[in-house]
Design a protein around this ligand. Sequence first.
Ligand code: AMP
Length: 219
Amino acid sequence: MAGRTLIFTGPPGSGKGTQAAHMRDRLGFVPLSSGDTLRAEIKAGSDIGKQAAQYVQAGTLVPDDIITGVMLAAVSRQPTSAGVILDGFPRTVGQAEALDDGLAAAGRKVDAVIDFRIDDGLIVERIVNRRICKNCGATYNIRFCPPKVANVCDRCGGELMQRVDDREDVIRTRLATYREQTTPLIEFYDRRGLLRSVDASREAPAVESDVVALIEALG
Ligand code: AMP
């Protein structure tokens, strides 16, 4: 499916990153995750990483100009023929407006926004049990989707770790930030008729079928 620009919104732990990866495998989309991009910048010790680190660790939002610059650069590295999924960006109306301008300059527009809906209680349970492979980034849940051998990645044998911002106190901050900053964004896209939603509290395969159906309905 060439050239579509989709946005996945939803609170941390709603499974949008997992589904973006499935859409890469099933439909050839390029997932561009703002959180992953920032973590890579922080790990590399770049200027952007240094500016972003304090916000990411605290679970608050990185300033709009920093994240917008990074994400628009990531989109413009993709050929216009490639379908892209923006995962975790935009998160504020200011970012959404900057995105519109940047996409227009890149010959794209937002085609649809899929909102992953789920209650906070379920999210906290999912995130405190989340573990990520240090090596390949594969995600596990030690309660619901554990690796075959404790602490070892099924895919590459790498060691699993917990993200520093996946602690319960930071999760609560991230959720409060999300609800406060991102609710106006959902309304912004709803008014334009671009908003779709999925019930993200279900098992991943059920959510995946709904996401595929929504994308296929775009034509
Ligand atoms: P995530 O992996 O999407 O939960 O993002 C991890 C952290 O990266 C967030 O808690 C923010 O500090 C930062 N971040 C990710 N995306 C954005 C964004 N669109 N705007 C501002 N900060 C962001």
